[in-house]
Ligand binder design. Structure first.
Ligand SMILES: Cc1cc2nc3c(=O)[nH]c(=O)nc-3n(C[C@H](O)[C@H](O)[C@H](O)COP(=O)(O)OP(=O)(O)OC[C@H]3O[C@@H](n4cnc5c(N)ncnc54)[C@H](O)[C@@H]3O)c2cc1C
Length: 256
């Protein structure tokens, strides 16, 4: 099991950057020092009845800070959105097995909605050419941050309000975007389609899975996924919180 450390971190910024999407910057040097791209932290709501911590991916790792970007979907994230700079929040150390940046000529980073944040730190840590293809329902966010990290950014929206009207895979095909390695985070349906696309073009892809989690430390087994193994059943259950959230697209059993 991962070592569990929870600290009270000072909120430096908590600002709405798109409708219902917030950027929270925490002063947390001890957590930042041990964090890597594609990992997540557990944020603890203060309200007693919201028992479980909420897992949020690390968007950027600073020398003394952690940046998180979260969407408001329920009670916990609604509570977080109400915090002001200067207040504190309980946050865990960085958890999970994140992205493994590869030495590549061209990397393609594919994000969907609230799955885009961990791609920012990944882009920052990679050398070589970087192309980010990011999809949203309507309103994009984190474009500038990805550009600052050296990525050429392509945007797709369902509404067609910004960028290409359609999904990220249609955009990749339309623009003829290619690379020697793909990385992705977003809704499962997008990851599944991207894994199939990458298989068809014989290119590896790392995918960050998102399952509902209980403890976030590998103890409650609430977030398992099926990973292909040479066993009788052909798969093994792995914990998204500890063995993941990042797996190779080719090793995930998608149909369930
Ligand atoms: C490894 C990991 C990394 C994540 N990173 C981010 C991130 O960077 N930014 C971000 O905004 N969110 C992220 N999430 C999702 C985030 O944890 C949930 O949105 C949050 O816990 C919801 O808490 P809540 O109390 O607001 O909502 P709840 O009241 O708990 O739930 C409200 C609604 O959200 C749905 N929901 C809750 N959790 C999830 C989930 N994990 N996946 C899909 N639907 C869910 C519920 O089914 C329900 O419909 C991540 C989740 C995981 C597992």
């Amino acid at each position: 099991m991962c070592k569990k450390t929870v600290i009270e971190a000072k909120i430096i910024q908590n600002q709405e950057i798109a409708q219902g999407v917030y950027r929270m910057v925490l002063s947390a040097p001890e957590i930042a020092a041990g964090a890597s791209c594609g990992q997540f932290v557990n944020l603890y709501p203060k309200a007693k009845h919201t028992l479980l911590p909420r897992p949020i991916s690390i968007c950027e790792i600073g020398e003394d800070t952690l940046t998180l970007v979260y969407g408001v979907v329920g009670e916990g994230t609604r509570e977080f959105a109400g915090y002001n700079a200067g207040e504190t929040i309980r946050v865990s150390s960085a958890i999970g097995t994140g992205f493994k940046p590869q030495k590549t000529k061209t990397a393609v980073l594919v994000g969907g909605g609230i799955g885009v944040p961990p791609l920012v730190e990944l882009a920052k840590q990679m050398s070589g050419e970087k192309i980010a293809v990011i999809g949203f329902r309507d309103e994009p966010f984190l474009k500038e941050e990805l550009e600052k990290a050296g990525a050429k950014v392509y945007i797709a929206t369902d509404s067609g309000k910004t960028g290409f009207k359609g999904n990220v895979i249609e955009l990749i095909q339309e623009q003829g975007i290619s690379g020697d390695y793909f990385y992705s985070c977003g809704p499962k349906v997008m990851l599944k389609a991207l894994a199939a696309y990458c298989e068809s073009i014989n290119t590896p892809v790392q995918v960050s899975l998102e399952e509902r989690m209980g403890c976030g430390y590998g103890a409650c087994v609430g977030c398992v996924c099926k990973i292909k193994e040479n066993t009788e059943t052909g798969y093994e259950h792995k914990k998204v919180c500890k063995d993941g959230p990042v797996f190779l697209g080719s090793e995930v059993v998608w149909d369930e």
